[in-house]
Ligand binder design. Structure first.
Ligand code: SF4
Length: 463
């Protein structure tokens, strides 16, 4: 079955042929390549290099808030399940220490243009605690007046006035974890949140003035069927968030302990998942959403789609973004930073995090310093992830190479993709075709010098 659609073509046959295990490339190299050879001193050196030069890019800030009241069985995040809300005060004290250490090394004149609170459950924090966090961030960093301030929201934690309180703190975009509205699926994953709850939270977000509302769905969850997920999609389309992310559930119980609580026999088969995925794509497109790339859809007038059409779309740890390359500064346990040509990640446990900060040290665990070849490959992979053309002349000029010689091996490896109509290799550029937009992970992986054999332990497939 092949159905022509505006600027994307779905093909079941191509999915069967080209759906490979592969990373989502929120970074290159991918986070599993970060290593302890990259130390706290390496991170400090990268910060110092940036601070010493004029014309540095603006900042995008991520804060990881790890606490959740109950465990969702599909969860693959770094979280702490607890009902002790008293733990937040201590965590906030340490975030303040970490921010002070980093802010002192950032250098002057660097505006923060983006903030994202993720988790865990950011709304585990009370209104007062979130107010303290925002005051702390504003004390340490200079936010531009038009900064995008985003927060992940668990609909179960939304009470009377929560959304207005968040808007009052300056948040202008939010993202709801919806996953599935079906009662049997919610039961099977231990996350009960009726449709009306999400509906009300989205409505209140609009009233409170949020500029962009995202909803996450997950397909491939236990007890899901083609019919039940069709109902979930219909309900969500009626609620009409500006953006929808449709994630594929990767069942990796050997890696994520929570997933051991899911009954394998309740999971849809590979064939059912494929049918659910095809139906979902079609239904979202029929409802007027446009495909941004990988797992993401938006309304046509959303700025993500405008950026896609203008070829100014970017990709970072938060997924697709309209903001040009920023330095990303992460705070909190397991948070990732990207400063210049480096990535770094903090320790995963709160104990290790507190211990490091008590010693007056940054809580860095590992990272990666990119070589000139890594930077070049990152640029090409991220361009493909955004379905934009890889223009040889521009790459040659920026990196002082001859594309066809430097990437002769990769161009040969791309031939099957070209023959299947997923890309074109023209004399001046590689272009992703409407048929190929769903397979950019596979075509991008050709340029990844670290991924000779991705394993199921680390990556998922599209379906
Ligand atoms: S899915 Fe979100 S709310 Fe559920 S346990 Fe994981 S981090 Fe917490």
């Amino acid at each position: 079955m092949t159905s022509p659609l505006p600027d994307i073509e779905l093909s079941e046959e191509l999915i069967r042929r080209f759906d490979k295990l592969g990373p989502r490339y929120t970074s290159y190299p991918t986070a599993d390549r970060f290593n302890t050879g990259f130390t706290e001193q390496s991170y400090l050196d990268h910060l110092a290099q940036r601070a010493g030069k004029p014309g540095n890019p603006p900042l995008s800030i991520y804060v990881h808030l790890p606490f959740c009241e109950s465990l969702c069985y599909f969860c693959a995040c770094n979280k702490i399940i607890t009902r002790e809300h008293g733990r937040v005060a201590e965590y906030l004290r340490y975030l303040d220490k970490e921010m002070a250490l980093v802010a002192a090394r950032i250098g002057p004149d660097r505006k923060a243009v983006q903030l994202h609170l993720g988790g865990g459950t950011p709304t585990f924090f009370s209104a007062d605690e979130l107010g303290q966090l925002m005051a702390m961030l504003r004390r340490h960093f200079d936010f531009s007046p038009d900064a995008e301030l985003g927060v992940e929201i668990d609909p179960r934690t939304v009470g009377e006035g929560t959304l207005a309180m968040l808007a009052g703190l300056g948040f202008n975009r939010n993202s709801f974890g919806v996953q599935d509205f079906d009662a049997a699926v919610q039961q099977a994953v231990n996350r009960i949140q009726p449709l009306e709850m999400v509906e009300k939270a989205v409505e209140e977000s609009r009233k409170a003035g949020f500029e962009s509302i995202n909803a996450d769905l997950i397909y491939g969850l236990p007890k899901q069927t083609l019919t039940s997920f069709g109902h979930t999609l219909d309900s969500l389309i009626r609620i009409a968030p500006d953006r929808i992310a449709l994630y594929n559930y990767a069942h990796l119980p050997q890696r994520f302990k929570a997933q051991r609580l899911i009954n394998d026999s309740d999971l849809p088969s590979a064939e059912e998942r494929l049918q659910i995925f095809m139906m979902s794509m079609q239904r979202l497109l029929d409802a007027g959403y446009v495909y941004i790339g990988l797992d993401h859809f938006s309304k046509p007038d959303d700025e993500l789609n405008k950026a896609r059409l203008d070829k100014t779309l970017h990709r970072n740890f938060q997924g697709y973004t309209t903001r040009a390359e920023c330095d990303l500064i992460g705070f909190g346990v397991s948070a990732i930073s990207k400063v210049g040509n480096s990535y770094s990640q903090s320790v995963r446990t709160v104990n290790a995090y507190y211990e490091r900060l008590d010693q007056g040290r940054l809580p860095l665990e590992k990272g990666f310093a990119l070589s000139a070849d890594d930077v070049l490959r990152r640029e090409i992979i991220m361009t493909l992830m955004c379905s934009a053309p890889v223009e040889f002349e521009a790459v040659n000029r920026a990196h002082d190479i001859d594309f066809s010689t430097y990437f002769a091996h990769e161009l040969a490896l791309l031939k099957p993709y070209e023959e299947a109509g997923l890309i074109t290799i023209d004399p001046d550029a590689i272009r992703v075709t409407p048929k190929g937009r769903m397979f950019v992970r596979a075509s991008g992986m050709v340029f990844d010098s670290y991924q000779t054999q991705p394993t199921t332990a680390a990556y998922s497939k599209l379906i």
